[in-house]
Design a binder for this molecule. Structure first.
Ligand SMILES: [Cu+2]
Length: 130
């Protein structure tokens, strides 16, 4: 399995699956934390079907943010009202992962919300599913 080669910890981690067709949470980005988040996907480029999304969250000094609550939303921006939402699980070293089943090709907006203590950080990513 490609996933195990790249990220052995994922074989042991509990990966929750985004639940389909819930309404997406609205709201603009309100960042009280000076975090950065990057997103990577497996497979890359992402295809219709199961896609592993993983996020690396760092603080302003570049140190990993561990133990945070990370919520992920996925909205099919080509359609109205098609979205998914669920929690990403902590993989350690500032990495949070979730498996998402993309049922349709096109443009998706991935929204990640990181909450730790009283700090909150949100970021959106564009993802094209082929
Ligand atoms: Cu759709």
């Amino acid at each position: 399995m490609q996933i195990r080669k790249i990220f052995p910890s994922f074989a042991l981690a509990i990966l929750l699956i985004l639940t389909a067709c819930s309404t997406s949470a609205g709201g603009e980005n309100q960042n009280s934390a000076s975090y950065t988040a990057t997103m990577q996907v497996l497979p890359d480029p992402p295809l219709v079907g199961d896609v592993l999304l993983y996020f690396t969250v760092l603080d302003a000094k570049g140190d990993p943010i561990t133990g945070a609550t990370v919520e992920v939303g996925a909205d099919h921006t080509d359609m109205s009202g098609m979205g998914m939402h669920g929690p990403a699980t902590d993989q350690g070293k500032g990495v949070y992962a979730i498996t998402t089943n993309f049922s349709m090709t096109g443009n998706w907006k991935i929204s990640v919300k990181v909450v730790k203590n009283s700090e909150e950080f949100t970021k959106d990513f564009n993802l094209v599913i082929r």
